[in-house]
Design a protein around this ligand. Structure first.
Ligand SMILES: *Cc1c(COP(=O)(O)O)cnc(C)c1O
Length: 350
């Protein structure tokens, strides 16, 4: 039988580098693979419904009481559960825009009203405008730091001042999906921000720095009552046996995983500098991705990357903040990004 040769990168329009989902490019660590394989042999059994071992391990790691933790199949699921527990029709949820696409969907699911607040120059949250968007109907405020897809992180003091300026019956959700990648010394430390502030919830995930996106595990750290409400709303047996084992093994292998994060951070900073040297206005990048403003050329930029075999994430709505989110990948992928970027026309600024 005739076997077709592997097409040259991009020739069949199949990207050979996937830089579109902010995944970790490293393969699983050996210890994590073995622990997970052993768990797979138990697939005829339901998982531990209370996530007992995983909860104990994470509670020790974060130095927070077990009763303050609630897990879900990705932190997106935890966010859904949180909003379902907190919101009803008529409530308002304030969030920055452009930000994580899951927010409007999650709010919609609850019947609450979306209150998106445009980003400020520099692609940062406009906290003053978000404060002004608060009304008596505001139930939840989402802060995404670093902001997906634009990259800058909120500063700790800035967030503390913001939280303390809003009525304390409003739930403030700090989405720290990329916390491990932040190198800005002033960056938010969510767990500190929530100490003594029972209305603050921290959302974290094992999908990004820990490289477990395919296993779907995220969690919140919250006031015990809020965490209990999230557990009550969550589907039972959500986090699989294999996923629980992978999380436990990953926490054991954390030092090695964080070495990889350090490598990605170095590559991120180099990518941002390289793109700036080409004349692009790259906002401060504090996650495992960079934001390339594209304006009306966003789709043609994405097509140029695709032709070269690089899948990136275009955001083209015809409005403000159109551009590409490019995940930091393996060294060859990052080099190719710079090569393609050098061929792009200068963006038409909005
Ligand atoms: C990736 C991401 C998450 C978490 O995704 P899960 O895979 O569902 O854990 C949450 N928030 C932001 C901003 C993200 O980018």
């Amino acid at each position: 039988m005739y076997t077709a040769g592997k097409p040259a990168p991009g020739m069949d329009r199949t990207p050979s580098f996937k830089l579109s989902s902010n995944e970790n490019p490293f393969p699983p660590l050996p210890g994590v693979m073995e622990a997970t394989a052993a768990a797979v042999a138990q697939m005829n059994r339901y998982p531990d419904i209370a996530n007992t071992q995983m909860t104990r391990k994470l509670s020790n790691r974060l130095s927070v009481p077990e009763e303050q933790l609630a897990f879900g199949t990705g932190s997106v699921a935890v966010l859904y559960h949180l909003l379902l527990a907190a919101c009803e029709v008529g409530d308002e949820v304030v969030y920055a825009w452009r930000s994580f696409e899951a927010y409007p969907i999650a709010v919609q699911l609850t019947g609450a009203t979306q209150v998106p607040v445009p980003l400020a120059p520099g692609a940062v949250h406009d906290l003053a405008a978000m404060r002004r968007a608060v009304t008596p109907a505001t139930k939840v405020i989402m802060l995404c730091t670093p902001n997906n897809p634009t990259g800058p992180a909120l500063h700790h003091q800035q967030v503390i001042d913001f939280i303390d300026s809003v009525p304390d019956h409003i739930m403030i959700v700090l989405d720290e999906a990329y916390a491990e990648f932040i190198t800005d010394p002033e960056g938010l430390r969510g767990l500190h921000a929530m100490a003594e502030r029972p209305n603050v919830v921290v959302l974290r995930t094992f999908s990004k720095a820990y490289g477990l996106a395919g296993f779907r595990v995220g969690y919140c750290v919250a006031d015990p009552q809020v965490a209990a409400a999230v557990r009550a709303v969550a589907l039972p047996f959500g986090v699989s046996i294999a996923a629980q084992a992978a999380v436990i093994a990953s926490l054991d292998a954390e030092a090695l995983l964080l070495d990889r994060v350090a490598e990605l951070v170095k590559a991120r900073d180099a990518l941002a500098v390289g793109l700036r040297d080409l004349g692009f206005e790259i906002p401060d990048a504090q996650g495992n991705f960079v934001w390339l403003p594209g304006g009306p050329q966003t789709d043609s930029y994405a097509a140029a990357f695709a032709r070269a075999g690089v899948a990136v994430r275009p955001y083209a709505s015809g409005g403000d903040w159109d551009g590409l989110r490019i995940t930091v990948g393996e060294p060859a992928a990052n080099a190719l990004v710079l090569e393609v970027a050098a061929t792009l026309a200068e963006p038409t600024l909005r």
